[in-house]
Design a protein around this ligand. Structure first.
Ligand code: PRP
Ligand code: URA
Length: 207
């Protein structure tokens, strides 16, 4: 397993906007989308391509086109904030959905919804902005593997060391691409310094 933290001045800038508690849900959404584009460029930089010829207005030439299907699986709810960017980059993407919710007391993730496309021939990208205890990501990756996914990557905005360790233990074949590796979890399993409850900030549902 590899862990790649995207180092780019624009990614650092977007991360600070997301961390800022005064950022409005509207800005939070647009910045999540922009940051996800940077994360996905890194996560897909080794996609296989095939030689393809085209005719320009002047002559025949060759280039490369994508060779394998792509699947994106956002974990509901917060992963939805990352989906638009993936669909814009890869309009042919197949999209699956997994609904997981953390119990506020035990931090255990339980699945309440799953709808997945054909996975066995594709590169699968699981999208969840917060890799905290890692319980949600591990369960989602288990679900996509059970459904046939052979090549899986985890794309997150913020990863905590605890979540990285759990994925390393449960899914050593899965690489992680994230915007930041934060310090630790607090007693409520929130990431420090983190950015708070991603779903609440994205959808404006905080109390
Ligand atoms: C949040 C977040 C992740 C999960 C991460 O979801 O979006 O899915 O917590 O935590 P973990 O690594 O400890 O499992 P939440 O359960 O709050 O649901 P929501 O996305 O619907 O708000
Ligand atoms: N889920 C979030 O949205 N934020 C955290 O810090 C941890 C889990």
């Amino acid at each position: 397993m590899s862990v790649t933290i995207v180092e780019h001045p624009l990614a650092a800038h977007f991360m600070l906007v997301l961390r800022d508690r005064t950022t409005s849900p509207a800005t939070f959404r647009t910045v999540t989308k922009k940051l996800t584009t940077l994360l996905m460029l890194e996560a897909t930089k080794d996609l296989s391509t095939r030689a393809t010829s085209v005719r320009t207005p002047l002559e025949e030439t060759t280039g490369r086109s994508l060779a394998a299907p792509i699947v994106a699986v956002p974990i509901l709810r917060a992963g939805l904030g990352m989906l638009d960017s993936v669909v814009e980059l890869f309009p042919e993407v197949r999209v699956g959905y997994i609904g997981l919710e953390r119990d506020e007391a035990t931090f255990q993730a339980s699945e309440y919804y799953a709808k997945l496309p054909v996975l066995h021939d594709a590169r699968t990208f699981v999208l969840d902005p917060m890799l905290a205890t890692g319980g949600s990501a591990s369960a989602a990756i288990e679900s996509v593997k059970q459904a046939g996914a052979a090549s899986v990557r985890m794309v997150s905005v913020v990863a905590a060391p605890e979540g990285i360790d759990i994925l390393q233990r449960d899914h050593p074949d899965v690489d992680i691409i994230a915007g930041a590796r934060d310090r630790e979890l607090n007693d409520n399993a929130y990431i420090l310094p983190g950015l708070g409850d991603f779903g609440d900030r994205l959808f404006g549902t905080q109390a």
